[in-house]
Design a protein around this ligand. Structure first.
Ligand code: ADP
Length: 288
């Protein structure tokens, strides 16, 4: 079984600044670091590090060769990552001395995916494979419909949240991941509680409060592993990737969510995103 992850690949450029610049202000940065980012990337890396099989469906520009190489080195199947003329997606992130940040996202190649390339990737899927989507690419609804028609499970992580984007894929979904804020936004947008959306499994992550699984048997709560968080970036992506990899390896949903909670907790004890997503061995060794 393979997770086909139709997802973003970003180059994160992080500038250290003394304060977040005001409108009209020109400010010198005191530091610059470049990271591999994007929700799609994070989830692909998390699935691979969790021992799952993942094929990334996406695109980069002529500047993105190193990002694809990093994904390959992490164990991700890169055979369906196209190189387009558009530049690779970029996030320009300014972080001030207090850790406050401001982010400008340029989707670039992530929102220029070609219909024929995405359909060709789906046509390679086998029985039991799963399509995973987030809201950082184009062609989400088209891919979800095709995957459902092919009999694949379809999973959506509704971030960055957009009510119309969720509604467009909702009828195709087997599984939906939301954080607490996204769950409230979706309830407002649809007028329906998560249990009434018609999706078999809805997982609502609650940060330090763990998660709720709304499944065929009702609602089940899972406590978080208590830790001292230093950076919560990427916790949700790590959690989603670990859950799907565990299901792929045959674990039950409760066992998968328990493992994913440990991975999410370990992740928030680390600074950084895709580079520091823990491996399965690290999560197993993590006492919490
Ligand atoms: P997102 O990053 O999408 O907002 P959450 O913050 O809800 O997602 O985190 C996802 C999961 O990671 C949580 O369900 C939990 O298991 C784990 N996690 C996140 N923050 C903490 C924390 N402070 N302590 C322990 N576990 C955490």
């Amino acid at each position: 079984m393979t997770v086909l992850n139709l997802g973003s690949i970003n180059i994160d450029i992080v500038f250290a600044v003394p304060h977040i610049p005001a409108p009209g202000e020109t400010l010198s940065s005191t530091g610059r670091e470049v990271f591999l980012g994007g929700k799609g990337t994070n989830m692909s890396v998390a699935i691979a590090r969790a021992g799952g099989t993942v094929r990334h469906i996406g695109a980069v520009g002529p500047d993105g060769g190193w990002t694809v190489e990093r994904l390959r080195a992490a164990g991700v199947d890169i055979g369906f990552i196209a190189e387009l003329e558009e530049v690779t997606g970029q996030a320009l992130i300014a972080v001030d001395a207090d850790g406050e940040n401001t982010i400008i996202l340029y989707p670039g190649a992530n929102r220029a995916l070609r219909h024929d390339a995405v359909m060709a990737a789906l046509a390679e899927a086998g029985p039991g494979d799963r399509l995973l989507l987030q809201n950082e690419t184009n062609l989400q609804a088209e891919a979800a419909r095709e995957a459902k028609a092919l009999g694949l499970a379809v999973t959506y992580a509704a971030a960055p949240f957009d009510a119309d984007a969720v509604k467009a894929v909702l009828p195709t979904l087997d599984m939906l991941f939301l954080n607490r804020v996204e769950a409230e936004q979706l309830t407002q947008a649809t007028g329906q509680a998560p249990a009434d959306l018609g999706v078999r499994d809805v997982v609502i992550t609650l940060g330090a409060d763990g998660c709720d699984w709304i499944g065929p048997g009702g609602v089940q709560h899972f406590d978080a592993v208590p830790v001292e968080p230093v950076d919560t970036t990427g916790a949700g992506d790590t959690f989603t990737g670990y859950t799907l990899a565990a299901l792929e390896r045959g674990l039950s949903m409760p066992a998968a969510l328990e493992l994913a909670g440990r991975a999410g907790a370990l992740m928030v004890t680390r600074h950084g995103t895709s580079d520091v997503i823990p491996t399965l061995d690290e999560v197993r060794a993590f006492a919490g």
